[in-house]
Design a protein around this ligand. Structure first.
Ligand code: F6P
Length: 356
C-alpha cells in the first residue's frame, strides 16, 4: 500500500488534473494499492491537515478539466518561517502531519515558489516528487511546463481576434499577456498571432523604437499595428532603476505597463491606441491536447519514481525527453528568455520589433 500526499500550489493552470491523473493511473495500473491524501488549497492543506482521501476512481474523468480538483493557494516561500496567524510553525506542522498520516511521499505540483518550499521539505527529510506547472514556462530544469501551451493557445486567440478589429479600424492595439518576470508566453503568442512588436521583460524597450516600427508600418501602407506586451515589460529607462525604486514606481502607476505604453504612443503620435488584457482567461478552461499528453507523460514518470522509491526529483522535459531533475538544482532558479536566443534572432528576421 502506498500512501501519497498530493497538493497543487500557486496560481493554477490547465492540465493540473491531467498530471495528477497520470500519477495515480500509473500507480494503480501497476497493481499497487494506493491511497491518495489530497490536501486542500496547496501547502495550507498540509499545514492544517485539511485533506480528503481519494482513490483511483476519483481521478477518472478529469483529463480534460481545467483548474485543480484539490484547490490551490499561495504560501510565499519568504514567509515560510513566519508563524501562521494561530502561531503554528508551518514547516513543523507539515512534517508532523506527514508523519501522523504515515505518508510514503508527497507529490507536489507547482511553479517556482512551490519548488522552493518542496525542496525545503525534502531537506527536512520528507520524500518529495514534483511536477512543473505554470503558464509562464519559467521553471528552471525543464524546457516546458504544463499549462504553457494551453495559455499560448488562448493568448494567441486573443491576438487573432484583435487582428481583425485592428485592421478594420486602422488602430494600434496592445494585447497584454501574462508574465511578470519572463516573456515566454508573450513571445510565443506574439509570434503565433503575428504581432508586429513584442515587448518582454528580458529585453527592455525604448519607446522611440516602438514608435519607429509603428511609423514604418504606416509608411508601408499597413493600417494597423499589433503589440504583444508582457505584464512585466520594462522600458530601458526603468531597467536602470534599482529594484526598490522600480517597485515604488509600479505601485504608484496603478495601471499596468500596457496603459503607460498606450499613453506614450498617443502623446507622441496622436494615434488611437486600444489595450486588451485577457488576464486570468489565459489560465482557464480545458487543457489543449498537447498539454493533456504532456502532463500525462510527466505524471506517468512521477508514478514510476514512486514505484521505484526514488525521491527528491522534479519530472521535467529536456531535448524532447521526459527527465528526472534533482529538486535542489531546480529550487530558486528561473528560466528566462535569452535575448540572444535563436528564436529572438529569427523573430527579428521576420521583421518583428522588440523595441530594443
Ligand atoms: O504565475 C502565473 C501567473 O499567471 C503570472 O503569469 C501572473 O502574473 C500571475 O500568475 C497572476 O497571479 P494571481 O493569480 O495571483 O493574480
Amino acid at each position: 500500500m502506498k500512501r501519497i500526499g498530493m497538493l497543487t500550489s500557486g496560481g493554477d493552470c490547465q492540465a493540473l488534473n491531467a498530471a495528477m491523473r497520470g500519477v495515480v493511473k500509473t500507480l494503480t495500473h501497476s497493481g499497487e494499492d494506493v491511497e491518495v491524501y489530497g490536501f486542500q488549497d496547496g501547502y495550507k492543506g498540509l499545514i492544517y491537515c485539511n485533506f480528503q482521501i481519494l482513490t483511483g476512481r476519483d481521478f477518472s474523468g478529469i483529463l480534460t478539466k481545467g483548474g485543480t480538483m484539490l484547490g490551490t493557494s499561495r504560501t510565499p516561500f519568504k514567509l515560510l518561517d513566519e508563524p501562521t496567524p494561530e502561531g503554528l510553525n508551518k514547516v513543523e506542522e507539515m512534517k508532523r502531519n506527514y508523519a501522523k498520516l504515515g505518508l510514503d511521499c508527497l507529490v507536489i505540483l507547482g511553479g517556482n515558489g512551490t519548488h522552493k518550499t518542496a525542496n525545503r521539505l525534502q531537506e527536512e527529510g520528507l520524500n518529495v516528487v514534483t511536477l512543473p506547472k505554470t503558464i509562464d514556462n519559467d521553471l528552471w530544469g525543464t524546457d516546458m511546463t504544463f499549462g504553457f501551451q494551453s495559455a499560448v493557445d488562448i493568448a494567441t486567440n486573443a491576438i487573432d481576434c484583435i487582428h481583425t478589429t485592428a485592421s478594420s479600424h486602422g488602430r494600434v492595439f496592445i494585447v497584454e499577456v501574462m508574465g511578470h518576470k519572463v516573456g515566454w508566453l508573450t513571445l510565443n503568442a506574439g509570434m503565433a498571432g503575428g504581432a508586429d512588436i513584442i515587448l518582454i521583460p528580458e529585453i527592455p524597450y525604448d519607446i522611440k523604437k516602438v514608435i519607429d516600427k509603428i511609423e514604418e508600418r504606416d509608411k508601408n501602407g499597413s493600417r494597423f499595428t499589433i503589440i504583444a506586451v508582457a505584464e512585466g515589460a520594462i522600458s530601458k529607462e526603468d531597467a536602470k532603476l534599482s529594484k526598490k525604486d522600480y517597485k515604488k514606481k509600479v505601485e504608484k502607476r496603478k495601471v499596468s505597463v500596457s496603459y503607460e505604453i498606450a499613453e506614450e504612443i498617443f502623446k507622441r503620435t496622436g494615434r488611437e491606441v486600444r489595450v486588451t488584457v485577457p488576464g486570468h482567461m489565459q489560465r482557464g478552461g480545458s487543457p489543449c491536447p498537447y498539454d493533456r499528453v504532456f502532463a500525462s507523460r510527466l505524471g506517468a514518470e512521477a508514478g514510476k519514481l514512486i514505484l521505484e522509491g526514488k525521491y527528491g526529483f522534479m519530472v521535467g522535459y529536456k531535448n524532447r525527453e521526459i527527465v528526472r531533475v534533482s529538486l535542489e538544482d531546480v529550487a530558486g532558479k528561473l528560466k528566462y528568455v535569452d535575448p540572444d536566443a535563436r528564436i529572438i534572432q529569427e523573430a527579428k528576421l521576420l521583421g518583428i520589433s522588440f523595441g530594443d
